[in-house]
Design a protein. Structure first.
Length: 439
């Protein structure tokens, strides 16, 4: 049985267990997440989004098969069993092709689904909630459900026709839903509160999808629909967070009581408190989609290490050349503004602040840029050549400083990076009861 199905069965049986989906293609983030899963002796769910990885390469330049090999190579290097890795595809549908007609966008979406399933991705988010160029607005929920069913049929056909060498590949598991937040957080300032998906709307979505699946002869596939995406009342934008309020979601949390294989999937759950994460899982939002908070933590630790490097070089009197990581990242964002400019309004000063410190963390799109990768490597090389003074670690990275003086962490930049990101993954793992008797 799929470990993901087994986990959902435990949750439906009354265990307060869940799983967090790490949506990132950053090697530091994936390394930290794998180290966290090793520490917890748990499975790890890693997801790629349609704009990140697709049949045209996405912004990472990776096809789904490339992403699978990339993640598995990291797992092998860190001695993490491939059997404990689950790959998922997020927002698989017309997301990247909304400017095309519906017919063309759906053709491209079908090829996208084929590529993900053929590469062995197990968890497939069928997301047709976005309108295409010739759609009538607002897009009807029935059309969303029909398109999701069409893509499910493509996935099933691809799986059925898989080559003999992939005979052991587990069948796809599906996520559906029409109230899907914008990938990566809100693009505008948030209101103080969010409207939680009503139980009636959730039931309506389920009924429409079930009927759409049946209309295409996919009744038997319905038992592999494992999650419904809803809005439990959580979101973040550039500088604010809406925290989960359990009392507001109680009616919604019971909608899936009569669905033995389904839980809720909650998106944009980054930056919630540990208590909020535990409450989300307890209220059956058992799949937590995360990502920007992890690359935000990566940016934090790299900026801190850059400050440490600058102070060390200024004090050394040596001719070593600074990596100038912050300046290189900033210039890369200015030279290639399409990943941040539509999202960061305001004056030049406000935009500069957002480029560095926004919670939506649009700078995550720039870590793969060659000049930024080289700056990160130069920073690590400079820091590896001389021991970082504990006074500077205390100044810029107090959590890691404490771990180092307690003998729990090596004074080495890569280890510090992983440790800092794991301050975030540890919260997710705790909320999902990873590494406990309840897992």
């Amino acid at each position: 049985m799929s470990p993901l199905l087994a986990l959902i069965q435990r949750h439906k049986a009354g265990s307060r267990c869940g799983i967090y989906a790490v949506c990132s293609a950053n090697s530091f983030v994936l390394e930290a997440a794998i180290l966290q899963a090793k520490q917890n002796n748990s499975v790890l769910l890693v997801e790629a989004t349609s704009n990140q990885v697709n049949q045209f390469g996405g912004y990472t330049g990776m096809l789904p098969e490339d992403f699978r090999q990339f993640v598995f190579a990291i797992a092998s290097r860190l001695d993490f069993s491939h059997e404990q890795l689950i790959l998922g595809g997020d927002h698989l549908g017309p997301n990247c092709w909304q400017s095309d007609s519906a017919a063309i966008a759906m053709q491209k979406s079908a090829k996208l689904i084929e590529a993900y399933v053929a590469a062995g991705f197990e968890k497939i988010h069928l997301d047709c909630s976005m309108a295409c160029a010739d759609d009538t607005l607002p897009l009807a929920d029935a059309i969303i459900a029909e398109r999701a069913a069409q893509l499910c049929q493509v996935a099933e056909t691809t799986y059925t026709n898989r080559p003999a060498e992939k005979a052991s590949q587990r069948p796809p598991l599906y996520v559906i839903g029409t109230e899907v937040p914008v990938p990566g957080g809100a693009q505008q300032d948030l209101e103080p509160t969010l409207e939680v998906t009503s139980s009636a709307d959730a039931q309506h979505t389920l009924a429409l999808h079930r009927d759409a699946f049946a209309a295409l002869g996919l009744q038997n596939v319905w038992q592999r629909v494992i999650a419904l995406v809803v809005q439990p009342g959580v979101e973040f934008d550039h500088q604010s967070i809406i925290s989960y309020q359990s009392r507001e979601a109680q009616a919604l949390s019971t909608v899936l009581d009569d669905y033995p294989t389904m839980v809720f999937e909650a998106h944009s759950t980054d930056y919630q408190s540990p208590a909020a994460y535990k409450a989300l899982v307890a209220d059956h939002f058992a799949i937590l989609k995360v990502g920007p908070a992890l690359t935000f933590a990566l940016r934090e630790v790299l900026f801190a290490l850059s400050d440490i490097e600058q102070a060390m070089l200024a004090n050394s009197g040596q001719a070593a050349i600074s990596a100038n990581l912050k300046a290189v990242l900033e210039q890369s964002m200015l030279d290639n503004p399409q990943y941040w400019q539509p999202y960061y309004p305001g004056s030049e000063a406000q935009q500069q602040f957002s480029r560095q410190y926004s919670l939506s963390d649009r700078c995550r799109y720039y870590w793969p840029q060659p000049q930024v990768q080289q700056a990160v490597q130069n920073l690590l090389d400079n820091l590896n050549q001389r021991q970082m003074p504990i006074a500077l670690l205390s100044q810029y990275l107090p959590i890691e400083y404490q771990a180092i003086v307690n003998g729990e962490l090596n004074n080495q930049p890569q280890a510090i990076i992983h440790h800092h990101i794991q301050q975030v993954t540890a919260q997710y793992a705790s909320a999902c009861s990873m590494g406990t008797d309840h897992e």
